[in-house]
Ligand binder design. Structure first.
Ligand SMILES: Cc1cc2nc3c(=O)[nH]c(=O)nc-3n(C[C@H](O)[C@H](O)[C@H](O)COP(=O)(O)OP(=O)(O)OC[C@H]3O[C@@H](n4cnc5c(N)ncnc54)[C@H](O)[C@@H]3O)c2cc1C
Length: 474
Protein backbone atom coordinates (compact mmCIF):
# COMPACT_ATOMS: atom_id res chain seq x y z
CA UNK A 1 0.00 0.00 0.00
CA UNK A 2 1.35 3.38 -1.01
CA UNK A 3 0.78 6.78 0.53
CA UNK A 4 -0.68 9.00 -2.20
CA UNK A 5 -1.25 12.75 -2.10
CA UNK A 6 -3.59 14.21 -4.71
CA UNK A 7 -3.45 18.00 -5.10
CA UNK A 8 -6.83 19.46 -6.07
CA UNK A 9 -10.37 18.09 -5.65
CA UNK A 10 -11.67 18.96 -9.12
CA UNK A 11 -13.09 16.20 -11.33
CA UNK A 12 -9.55 15.11 -12.29
CA UNK A 13 -8.32 14.98 -8.68
CA UNK A 14 -11.41 13.12 -7.46
CA UNK A 15 -11.05 10.61 -10.30
CA UNK A 16 -7.37 10.02 -9.54
CA UNK A 17 -8.16 9.62 -5.83
CA UNK A 18 -10.96 7.11 -6.48
CA UNK A 19 -8.79 5.06 -8.85
CA UNK A 20 -5.83 4.97 -6.44
CA UNK A 21 -8.03 4.08 -3.46
CA UNK A 22 -9.72 1.33 -5.50
CA UNK A 23 -6.25 -0.17 -6.02
CA UNK A 24 -5.82 -0.32 -2.24
CA UNK A 25 -3.63 2.75 -1.68
CA UNK A 26 -3.96 5.23 1.17
CA UNK A 27 -5.12 8.51 -0.43
CA UNK A 28 -5.33 12.06 0.86
CA UNK A 29 -6.66 14.91 -1.35
CA UNK A 30 -5.54 18.45 -0.50
CA UNK A 31 -7.88 21.13 -1.81
CA UNK A 32 -7.29 24.86 -1.39
CA UNK A 33 -11.00 25.74 -1.60
CA UNK A 34 -13.88 24.87 0.69
CA UNK A 35 -15.69 22.49 -1.65
CA UNK A 36 -14.90 19.79 -4.22
CA UNK A 37 -15.55 19.98 -7.95
CA UNK A 38 -13.24 22.84 -8.97
CA UNK A 39 -14.72 24.78 -11.90
CA UNK A 40 -17.37 22.10 -12.35
CA UNK A 41 -19.63 23.85 -9.92
CA UNK A 42 -22.97 25.50 -9.22
CA UNK A 43 -24.14 27.96 -6.56
CA UNK A 44 -27.21 29.32 -4.80
CA UNK A 45 -28.32 32.96 -4.64
CA UNK A 46 -31.60 34.02 -3.02
CA UNK A 47 -33.49 30.88 -3.96
CA UNK A 48 -31.98 30.52 -7.45
CA UNK A 49 -29.58 27.70 -8.29
CA UNK A 50 -27.03 28.59 -10.98
CA UNK A 51 -25.27 25.89 -13.00
CA UNK A 52 -21.79 27.22 -13.72
CA UNK A 53 -20.09 24.14 -15.16
CA UNK A 54 -21.45 21.30 -17.21
CA UNK A 55 -23.58 22.04 -20.27
CA UNK A 56 -23.10 18.69 -21.97
CA UNK A 57 -21.24 15.54 -21.02
CA UNK A 58 -19.28 13.50 -23.54
CA UNK A 59 -19.66 9.88 -22.45
CA UNK A 60 -23.14 10.32 -21.00
CA UNK A 61 -24.29 7.32 -23.10
CA UNK A 62 -22.77 3.96 -24.14
CA UNK A 63 -22.34 5.50 -27.63
CA UNK A 64 -18.98 6.62 -26.17
CA UNK A 65 -18.47 3.33 -24.37
CA UNK A 66 -15.07 3.77 -22.73
CA UNK A 67 -15.86 7.19 -21.31
CA UNK A 68 -19.32 6.10 -20.23
CA UNK A 69 -17.88 3.12 -18.35
CA UNK A 70 -15.43 5.42 -16.64
CA UNK A 71 -18.07 7.96 -15.57
CA UNK A 72 -19.98 5.06 -14.05
CA UNK A 73 -16.89 3.55 -12.42
CA UNK A 74 -16.16 6.78 -10.52
CA UNK A 75 -19.81 7.02 -9.50
CA UNK A 76 -20.43 10.29 -11.40
CA UNK A 77 -23.34 8.82 -13.35
CA UNK A 78 -25.83 7.01 -11.22
CA UNK A 79 -29.56 6.44 -10.86
CA UNK A 80 -30.00 9.87 -9.28
CA UNK A 81 -28.90 11.77 -12.40
CA UNK A 82 -30.70 10.42 -15.47
CA UNK A 83 -29.57 11.99 -18.71
CA UNK A 84 -31.61 14.69 -20.43
CA UNK A 85 -31.16 14.97 -24.20
CA UNK A 86 -31.89 18.36 -25.72
CA UNK A 87 -33.09 18.29 -29.29
CA UNK A 88 -32.58 20.70 -30.95
CA UNK A 89 -29.23 21.13 -29.26
CA UNK A 90 -29.84 24.87 -29.44
CA UNK A 91 -31.84 27.50 -31.25
CA UNK A 92 -30.09 30.31 -33.13
CA UNK A 93 -31.77 33.73 -33.07
CA UNK A 94 -30.91 36.88 -34.96
CA UNK A 95 -33.61 39.41 -35.87
CA UNK A 96 -36.39 37.39 -37.53
CA UNK A 97 -34.17 34.43 -38.34
CA UNK A 98 -34.49 31.33 -36.18
CA UNK A 99 -32.59 28.13 -36.96
CA UNK A 100 -32.21 24.86 -35.04
CA UNK A 101 -29.16 22.73 -34.58
CA UNK A 102 -30.55 19.20 -34.41
CA UNK A 103 -28.94 15.98 -33.23
CA UNK A 104 -30.08 14.14 -36.35
CA UNK A 105 -27.61 15.03 -39.11
CA UNK A 106 -30.06 14.44 -41.94
CA UNK A 107 -32.38 16.96 -40.26
CA UNK A 108 -29.50 19.45 -39.92
CA UNK A 109 -28.63 18.93 -43.58
CA UNK A 110 -32.22 19.43 -44.70
CA UNK A 111 -32.91 22.52 -42.58
CA UNK A 112 -29.66 24.17 -43.66
CA UNK A 113 -30.15 23.40 -47.37
CA UNK A 114 -33.77 24.60 -47.28
CA UNK A 115 -32.58 27.83 -45.67
CA UNK A 116 -29.51 28.46 -47.83
CA UNK A 117 -29.59 26.28 -50.98
CA UNK A 118 -26.63 28.20 -52.42
CA UNK A 119 -24.49 26.58 -49.69
CA UNK A 120 -25.57 22.97 -50.46
CA UNK A 121 -22.06 21.83 -51.30
CA UNK A 122 -20.54 23.24 -48.10
CA UNK A 123 -23.44 21.88 -46.02
CA UNK A 124 -22.89 18.37 -47.42
CA UNK A 125 -19.19 18.62 -46.71
CA UNK A 126 -19.88 19.78 -43.13
CA UNK A 127 -22.19 16.81 -42.52
CA UNK A 128 -19.73 14.42 -44.15
CA UNK A 129 -16.90 15.64 -41.89
CA UNK A 130 -19.13 14.96 -38.89
CA UNK A 131 -20.06 11.47 -40.13
CA UNK A 132 -16.40 10.57 -40.74
CA UNK A 133 -15.38 11.86 -37.30
CA UNK A 134 -18.22 9.90 -35.75
CA UNK A 135 -17.08 6.73 -37.47
CA UNK A 136 -13.60 7.21 -36.09
CA UNK A 137 -14.37 8.01 -32.44
CA UNK A 138 -17.64 6.39 -31.44
CA UNK A 139 -18.31 2.92 -30.09
CA UNK A 140 -18.29 0.09 -32.63
CA UNK A 141 -21.59 -1.79 -32.38
CA UNK A 142 -21.00 -4.92 -34.43
CA UNK A 143 -18.57 -6.65 -36.81
CA UNK A 144 -20.35 -5.19 -39.83
CA UNK A 145 -20.27 -1.73 -38.22
CA UNK A 146 -16.51 -2.16 -37.77
CA UNK A 147 -16.05 -3.11 -41.43
CA UNK A 148 -18.05 -0.10 -42.57
CA UNK A 149 -15.94 2.17 -40.43
CA UNK A 150 -12.62 0.75 -41.54
CA UNK A 151 -13.56 1.69 -45.08
CA UNK A 152 -14.11 5.29 -43.89
CA UNK A 153 -10.74 5.64 -42.13
CA UNK A 154 -8.76 6.79 -45.23
CA UNK A 155 -11.41 9.45 -45.97
CA UNK A 156 -11.24 10.69 -42.37
CA UNK A 157 -7.44 10.86 -42.47
CA UNK A 158 -7.65 12.78 -45.76
CA UNK A 159 -10.19 15.27 -44.32
CA UNK A 160 -8.34 15.81 -41.03
CA UNK A 161 -5.65 18.31 -42.19
CA UNK A 162 -8.33 20.54 -43.72
CA UNK A 163 -10.29 20.58 -40.46
CA UNK A 164 -7.41 20.79 -38.03
CA UNK A 165 -5.70 23.66 -39.87
CA UNK A 166 -8.60 26.02 -39.09
CA UNK A 167 -10.22 27.62 -36.08
CA UNK A 168 -13.87 26.84 -35.61
CA UNK A 169 -14.74 30.33 -36.96
CA UNK A 170 -12.54 29.85 -40.06
CA UNK A 171 -13.97 26.41 -40.72
CA UNK A 172 -17.52 27.83 -40.62
CA UNK A 173 -16.55 30.44 -43.21
CA UNK A 174 -17.09 27.73 -45.83
CA UNK A 175 -20.74 28.83 -45.69
CA UNK A 176 -21.48 31.97 -47.67
CA UNK A 177 -24.67 32.51 -45.66
CA UNK A 178 -24.00 34.63 -42.56
CA UNK A 179 -26.60 32.83 -40.43
CA UNK A 180 -25.21 29.39 -41.21
CA UNK A 181 -21.75 30.63 -40.30
CA UNK A 182 -23.05 31.91 -37.00
CA UNK A 183 -25.18 28.84 -36.31
CA UNK A 184 -22.19 26.54 -36.61
CA UNK A 185 -19.54 28.72 -34.91
CA UNK A 186 -21.66 29.20 -31.86
CA UNK A 187 -21.47 25.57 -30.73
CA UNK A 188 -18.12 26.10 -28.97
CA UNK A 189 -15.61 28.93 -28.45
CA UNK A 190 -14.98 30.13 -32.05
CA UNK A 191 -11.22 30.40 -31.45
CA UNK A 192 -10.88 26.68 -30.68
CA UNK A 193 -9.55 24.28 -33.30
CA UNK A 194 -12.29 23.25 -35.75
CA UNK A 195 -11.83 19.58 -34.83
CA UNK A 196 -13.46 20.36 -31.46
CA UNK A 197 -16.53 21.68 -33.29
CA UNK A 198 -16.78 18.66 -35.61
CA UNK A 199 -16.12 16.21 -32.74
CA UNK A 200 -18.79 17.85 -30.55
CA UNK A 201 -21.32 17.65 -33.39
CA UNK A 202 -20.33 14.00 -33.96
CA UNK A 203 -21.05 13.19 -30.31
CA UNK A 204 -24.44 14.91 -30.46
CA UNK A 205 -25.31 13.07 -33.65
CA UNK A 206 -24.78 9.62 -32.12
CA UNK A 207 -27.13 10.60 -29.27
CA UNK A 208 -24.40 11.42 -26.73
CA UNK A 209 -23.64 14.79 -25.03
CA UNK A 210 -26.60 14.61 -22.68
CA UNK A 211 -27.06 16.67 -19.54
CA UNK A 212 -27.12 14.63 -16.32
CA UNK A 213 -29.97 15.91 -14.16
CA UNK A 214 -28.67 17.87 -11.20
CA UNK A 215 -25.68 18.99 -13.28
CA UNK A 216 -22.31 19.64 -11.69
CA UNK A 217 -23.57 19.42 -8.11
CA UNK A 218 -24.90 15.91 -8.42
CA UNK A 219 -21.98 14.58 -10.44
CA UNK A 220 -19.49 15.92 -7.90
CA UNK A 221 -21.54 14.80 -4.92
CA UNK A 222 -21.73 11.28 -6.39
CA UNK A 223 -17.97 11.22 -6.94
CA UNK A 224 -17.33 12.48 -3.41
CA UNK A 225 -19.51 9.74 -1.96
CA UNK A 226 -17.60 7.14 -3.96
CA UNK A 227 -14.25 8.55 -2.82
CA UNK A 228 -15.24 8.66 0.85
CA UNK A 229 -16.65 5.12 0.68
CA UNK A 230 -13.21 3.95 -0.49
CA UNK A 231 -11.52 5.64 2.46
CA UNK A 232 -10.17 8.73 0.65
CA UNK A 233 -9.48 11.64 3.03
CA UNK A 234 -10.18 15.15 1.73
CA UNK A 235 -8.71 18.20 3.42
CA UNK A 236 -10.18 21.56 2.44
CA UNK A 237 -8.53 24.97 2.87
CA UNK A 238 -5.23 23.21 2.18
CA UNK A 239 -3.26 25.06 -0.44
CA UNK A 240 -0.15 23.17 -1.52
CA UNK A 241 2.81 25.47 -2.12
CA UNK A 242 5.53 22.99 -3.01
CA UNK A 243 6.01 19.43 -4.11
CA UNK A 244 9.20 18.34 -2.31
CA UNK A 245 11.71 16.31 -4.30
CA UNK A 246 14.92 14.64 -3.12
CA UNK A 247 17.39 12.71 -5.27
CA UNK A 248 14.96 12.58 -8.18
CA UNK A 249 12.07 11.19 -6.09
CA UNK A 250 9.03 12.90 -4.55
CA UNK A 251 9.07 13.03 -0.77
CA UNK A 252 5.80 14.82 -0.10
CA UNK A 253 4.16 18.23 -0.26
CA UNK A 254 4.34 21.43 1.74
CA UNK A 255 1.05 23.03 2.65
CA UNK A 256 1.34 26.06 4.94
CA UNK A 257 3.09 24.90 8.13
CA UNK A 258 2.38 21.26 7.39
CA UNK A 259 4.40 18.68 5.51
CA UNK A 260 2.63 15.61 4.11
CA UNK A 261 4.91 12.75 3.15
CA UNK A 262 4.01 10.66 0.14
CA UNK A 263 5.28 7.82 -2.04
CA UNK A 264 3.51 9.35 -5.03
CA UNK A 265 2.03 12.77 -5.70
CA UNK A 266 -0.65 13.45 -8.32
CA UNK A 267 -0.86 17.14 -9.23
CA UNK A 268 -4.46 17.65 -10.41
CA UNK A 269 -4.34 21.45 -10.73
CA UNK A 270 -3.47 23.61 -13.77
CA UNK A 271 -0.43 21.64 -15.04
CA UNK A 272 0.99 24.55 -17.05
CA UNK A 273 1.08 26.67 -13.90
CA UNK A 274 2.20 23.87 -11.57
CA UNK A 275 5.34 22.99 -13.55
CA UNK A 276 6.64 26.51 -13.09
CA UNK A 277 5.47 27.25 -9.54
CA UNK A 278 5.31 24.05 -7.47
CA UNK A 279 8.90 22.84 -7.76
CA UNK A 280 12.20 24.25 -6.49
CA UNK A 281 13.84 23.26 -9.74
CA UNK A 282 11.77 23.66 -12.92
CA UNK A 283 10.92 20.37 -14.63
CA UNK A 284 13.04 20.15 -17.74
CA UNK A 285 11.31 17.58 -19.91
CA UNK A 286 10.38 17.79 -23.55
CA UNK A 287 6.62 17.72 -22.96
CA UNK A 288 6.84 20.76 -20.64
CA UNK A 289 7.88 23.03 -23.52
CA UNK A 290 5.00 21.84 -25.67
CA UNK A 291 2.55 22.16 -22.78
CA UNK A 292 3.59 25.79 -22.21
CA UNK A 293 2.80 26.59 -25.83
CA UNK A 294 -0.77 25.65 -25.06
CA UNK A 295 -1.16 27.66 -21.87
CA UNK A 296 -3.32 30.26 -23.60
CA UNK A 297 -6.53 29.95 -21.62
CA UNK A 298 -10.05 29.33 -22.68
CA UNK A 299 -11.96 31.44 -20.21
CA UNK A 300 -15.03 33.66 -20.14
CA UNK A 301 -17.32 36.02 -18.34
CA UNK A 302 -20.33 34.21 -16.95
CA UNK A 303 -23.53 36.09 -16.14
CA UNK A 304 -26.22 34.50 -13.99
CA UNK A 305 -29.70 36.00 -13.70
CA UNK A 306 -32.57 35.01 -11.42
CA UNK A 307 -35.85 35.96 -13.09
CA UNK A 308 -39.37 35.98 -11.67
CA UNK A 309 -40.93 34.64 -14.85
CA UNK A 310 -41.27 31.02 -15.99
CA UNK A 311 -40.02 31.91 -19.50
CA UNK A 312 -42.27 29.25 -20.89
CA UNK A 313 -42.10 28.46 -24.56
CA UNK A 314 -38.38 29.19 -24.95
CA UNK A 315 -35.89 26.47 -25.77
CA UNK A 316 -33.43 26.02 -22.91
CA UNK A 317 -30.38 26.73 -25.11
CA UNK A 318 -30.34 29.87 -27.20
CA UNK A 319 -27.58 31.45 -29.24
CA UNK A 320 -28.53 35.11 -29.39
CA UNK A 321 -26.77 37.30 -31.94
CA UNK A 322 -27.15 41.05 -31.36
CA UNK A 323 -27.80 43.10 -34.49
CA UNK A 324 -24.50 44.83 -33.72
CA UNK A 325 -21.53 43.42 -31.81
CA UNK A 326 -21.40 44.27 -28.12
CA UNK A 327 -18.20 45.82 -26.81
CA UNK A 328 -17.79 44.29 -23.35
CA UNK A 329 -14.72 44.34 -21.11
CA UNK A 330 -12.54 45.40 -24.03
CA UNK A 331 -13.66 42.54 -26.30
CA UNK A 332 -16.13 42.38 -29.17
CA UNK A 333 -18.95 39.91 -28.51
CA UNK A 334 -21.16 38.68 -31.33
CA UNK A 335 -22.95 35.90 -29.48
CA UNK A 336 -24.73 35.55 -26.15
CA UNK A 337 -24.40 31.87 -25.32
CA UNK A 338 -27.62 31.63 -23.31
CA UNK A 339 -29.14 28.82 -21.22
CA UNK A 340 -32.55 29.01 -19.58
CA UNK A 341 -33.31 26.80 -16.61
CA UNK A 342 -37.10 26.71 -16.29
CA UNK A 343 -38.78 26.09 -12.97
CA UNK A 344 -39.42 22.44 -13.88
CA UNK A 345 -35.71 21.67 -13.84
CA UNK A 346 -35.42 22.38 -10.11
CA UNK A 347 -33.22 25.45 -10.46
CA UNK A 348 -35.80 28.08 -9.51
CA UNK A 349 -39.04 28.31 -7.56
CA UNK A 350 -42.35 27.82 -9.34
CA UNK A 351 -43.03 30.65 -11.75
CA UNK A 352 -39.37 31.70 -11.89
CA UNK A 353 -36.33 30.70 -13.91
CA UNK A 354 -32.58 31.14 -14.17
CA UNK A 355 -30.69 32.47 -17.16
CA UNK A 356 -26.96 32.03 -17.62
CA UNK A 357 -24.91 33.68 -20.37
CA UNK A 358 -21.38 32.70 -21.35
CA UNK A 359 -19.28 35.42 -23.00
CA UNK A 360 -16.23 33.67 -24.39
CA UNK A 361 -12.84 35.39 -24.56
CA UNK A 362 -9.88 36.29 -22.38
CA UNK A 363 -10.70 39.62 -20.69
CA UNK A 364 -8.32 38.89 -17.78
CA UNK A 365 -6.12 42.01 -18.26
CA UNK A 366 -9.15 44.30 -18.42
CA UNK A 367 -10.45 43.02 -15.08
CA UNK A 368 -7.01 42.97 -13.46
CA UNK A 369 -6.63 46.66 -14.29
CA UNK A 370 -10.15 47.41 -13.04
CA UNK A 371 -9.29 45.67 -9.77
CA UNK A 372 -6.16 47.77 -9.42
CA UNK A 373 -7.82 51.12 -10.16
CA UNK A 374 -10.85 50.37 -7.96
CA UNK A 375 -13.46 50.24 -10.76
CA UNK A 376 -14.03 46.47 -10.74
CA UNK A 377 -17.58 46.57 -9.28
CA UNK A 378 -18.65 49.47 -11.45
CA UNK A 379 -17.36 47.76 -14.61
CA UNK A 380 -19.08 44.52 -13.67
CA UNK A 381 -22.33 46.47 -13.41
CA UNK A 382 -21.72 48.00 -16.87
CA UNK A 383 -21.29 44.56 -18.47
CA UNK A 384 -24.31 43.19 -16.59
CA UNK A 385 -26.51 46.11 -17.73
CA UNK A 386 -25.39 45.84 -21.37
CA UNK A 387 -26.10 42.10 -21.55
CA UNK A 388 -29.49 42.49 -19.85
CA UNK A 389 -30.44 45.27 -22.30
CA UNK A 390 -29.65 42.95 -25.22
CA UNK A 391 -31.44 39.97 -23.66
CA UNK A 392 -34.57 42.06 -23.13
CA UNK A 393 -34.83 42.51 -26.90
CA UNK A 394 -35.10 38.75 -27.38
CA UNK A 395 -36.82 37.80 -24.12
CA UNK A 396 -39.07 40.83 -23.39
CA UNK A 397 -40.79 38.95 -20.52
CA UNK A 398 -37.74 39.48 -18.30
CA UNK A 399 -38.11 43.28 -18.21
CA UNK A 400 -38.44 44.45 -14.60
CA UNK A 401 -38.40 40.87 -13.31
CA UNK A 402 -34.68 40.27 -12.74
CA UNK A 403 -34.17 39.68 -9.04
CA UNK A 404 -30.59 38.41 -8.92
CA UNK A 405 -27.54 39.23 -11.03
CA UNK A 406 -24.10 37.70 -10.63
CA UNK A 407 -21.19 38.20 -13.03
CA UNK A 408 -18.10 35.97 -12.83
CA UNK A 409 -14.98 37.26 -14.60
CA UNK A 410 -11.70 35.47 -15.36
CA UNK A 411 -10.51 36.87 -12.01
CA UNK A 412 -13.35 35.01 -10.30
CA UNK A 413 -12.24 31.75 -11.98
CA UNK A 414 -8.65 32.45 -11.00
CA UNK A 415 -9.66 33.03 -7.37
CA UNK A 416 -11.69 29.82 -7.13
CA UNK A 417 -9.48 27.44 -9.09
CA UNK A 418 -6.02 29.13 -9.00
CA UNK A 419 -5.60 28.47 -12.71
CA UNK A 420 -3.47 30.65 -15.01
CA UNK A 421 -5.63 33.67 -16.03
CA UNK A 422 -8.76 31.86 -14.86
CA UNK A 423 -8.48 29.13 -17.52
CA UNK A 424 -10.89 26.22 -17.48
CA UNK A 425 -9.81 24.69 -20.79
CA UNK A 426 -6.81 25.19 -23.10
CA UNK A 427 -6.90 26.82 -26.48
CA UNK A 428 -6.10 24.25 -29.20
CA UNK A 429 -4.49 26.43 -31.87
CA UNK A 430 -5.23 25.78 -35.52
CA UNK A 431 -2.68 23.65 -37.33
CA UNK A 432 -1.36 22.09 -34.11
CA UNK A 433 -1.19 18.35 -33.57
CA UNK A 434 -3.00 16.97 -30.50
CA UNK A 435 -0.98 17.25 -27.30
CA UNK A 436 -1.05 14.87 -24.39
CA UNK A 437 1.43 14.62 -21.51
CA UNK A 438 2.96 11.33 -20.25
CA UNK A 439 1.40 9.56 -17.26
CA UNK A 440 4.60 9.72 -15.21
CA UNK A 441 7.34 12.28 -15.06
CA UNK A 442 10.59 10.60 -16.18
CA UNK A 443 12.95 12.93 -14.25
CA UNK A 444 11.06 12.74 -10.91
CA UNK A 445 10.00 9.35 -9.61
CA UNK A 446 6.53 9.20 -8.07
CA UNK A 447 5.25 12.38 -9.75
CA UNK A 448 2.13 12.41 -11.97
CA UNK A 449 -0.14 15.02 -13.48
CA UNK A 450 -3.88 15.05 -14.13
CA UNK A 451 -6.38 17.72 -15.13
CA UNK A 452 -7.82 19.67 -18.03
CA UNK A 453 -4.38 20.85 -19.21
CA UNK A 454 -2.94 17.40 -19.81
CA UNK A 455 -4.65 16.81 -23.15
CA UNK A 456 -6.01 19.29 -25.69
CA UNK A 457 -8.39 20.97 -25.37
CA UNK A 458 -9.55 19.92 -21.91
CA UNK A 459 -13.04 19.72 -20.44
CA UNK A 460 -14.65 17.05 -18.30
CA UNK A 461 -13.69 14.00 -20.42
CA UNK A 462 -10.03 15.03 -20.24
CA UNK A 463 -10.29 15.59 -16.48
CA UNK A 464 -11.75 12.08 -16.16
CA UNK A 465 -9.33 10.30 -18.49
CA UNK A 466 -6.29 12.05 -17.03
CA UNK A 467 -7.37 11.01 -13.53
CA UNK A 468 -7.41 7.37 -14.70
CA UNK A 469 -4.12 7.75 -16.57
CA UNK A 470 -2.25 9.31 -13.62
CA UNK A 471 -3.51 6.60 -11.25
CA UNK A 472 -2.39 3.86 -13.63
CA UNK A 473 1.18 5.15 -13.28
CA UNK A 474 1.14 4.84 -9.48
C1 LIG B 1 -18.80 27.96 -17.63
C2 LIG B 1 -18.17 26.63 -17.89
C3 LIG B 1 -18.82 25.70 -18.70
C4 LIG B 1 -18.24 24.46 -18.96
N1 LIG B 1 -18.96 23.55 -19.69
C5 LIG B 1 -18.44 22.33 -19.89
C6 LIG B 1 -19.19 21.33 -20.55
O1 LIG B 1 -20.35 21.54 -20.90
N2 LIG B 1 -18.61 20.11 -20.77
C7 LIG B 1 -17.32 19.86 -20.40
O2 LIG B 1 -16.83 18.76 -20.65
N3 LIG B 1 -16.59 20.77 -19.75
C8 LIG B 1 -17.12 22.00 -19.48
N4 LIG B 1 -16.39 22.94 -18.80
C9 LIG B 1 -14.98 22.66 -18.49
C10 LIG B 1 -14.81 21.71 -17.30
O3 LIG B 1 -15.69 22.08 -16.27
C11 LIG B 1 -13.36 21.77 -16.79
O4 LIG B 1 -12.47 21.61 -17.87
C12 LIG B 1 -13.09 20.66 -15.78
O5 LIG B 1 -14.05 20.69 -14.74
C13 LIG B 1 -11.68 20.83 -15.20
O6 LIG B 1 -11.48 19.91 -14.16
P1 LIG B 1 -10.07 19.76 -13.45
O7 LIG B 1 -10.25 18.83 -12.32
O8 LIG B 1 -9.04 19.43 -14.46
O9 LIG B 1 -9.67 21.23 -12.93
P2 LIG B 1 -10.33 22.20 -11.85
O10 LIG B 1 -11.79 22.08 -11.89
O11 LIG B 1 -9.71 23.52 -12.07
O12 LIG B 1 -9.85 21.59 -10.45
C14 LIG B 1 -8.61 21.88 -9.87
C15 LIG B 1 -8.77 21.94 -8.36
O13 LIG B 1 -7.49 22.14 -7.78
C16 LIG B 1 -7.59 23.09 -6.73
N5 LIG B 1 -6.26 23.69 -6.56
C17 LIG B 1 -5.60 24.50 -7.42
N6 LIG B 1 -4.39 24.82 -6.95
C18 LIG B 1 -4.27 24.19 -5.76
C19 LIG B 1 -3.23 24.13 -4.79
N7 LIG B 1 -2.08 24.77 -4.95
N8 LIG B 1 -3.45 23.38 -3.67
C20 LIG B 1 -4.62 22.71 -3.47
N9 LIG B 1 -5.63 22.76 -4.36
C21 LIG B 1 -5.45 23.47 -5.49
C22 LIG B 1 -8.65 24.05 -7.22
O14 LIG B 1 -9.23 24.77 -6.14
C23 LIG B 1 -9.63 23.11 -7.89
O15 LIG B 1 -10.61 22.62 -6.99
C24 LIG B 1 -16.97 24.16 -18.46
C25 LIG B 1 -16.32 25.07 -17.63
C26 LIG B 1 -16.91 26.28 -17.33
C27 LIG B 1 -16.23 27.24 -16.40
Amino acid sequence: MKNIIVIGAGVAGLTAAICCAAKGHRVCVLEQGTTAGGVSTSWERKGFHFEGGIHWLVGSTPGMRRLHRRWKAVGALSENNPIVFKDPVYVYRCGDVELNLWRDLSKVEKEMIDFAPQDSKAIRRFCRDIRLTRAFFCTVRSASDLMRRLVQVPAFIAALPRIISRTSAEYSSMFSNLHLRRLTTSLIDPSQNAISLVYTMACYSIGDNGYPEGGSTRIVRNMLEKALSLGVRIKYRSKVEKVCVEDGKVKGVRCGEEFYDADDVIVATDTAKAVSTMFDKPIAEKWVERLKRFSEPQTCMFLSLGVEDPLEGHHSSLRIFPEESLELAGLKHDCLWTTIYHDKTGYAAEGSSCITVILFGDSYDYWKKAKEDGTYREKKQEVTDAVIAELEKHLPEIKGKIKVTDLATPLTYERYSLTHRGAWMSMWHKGERPMSIPKTCSSIKGLHFAGFRTHLSGGLPVALNSGFKSASGV
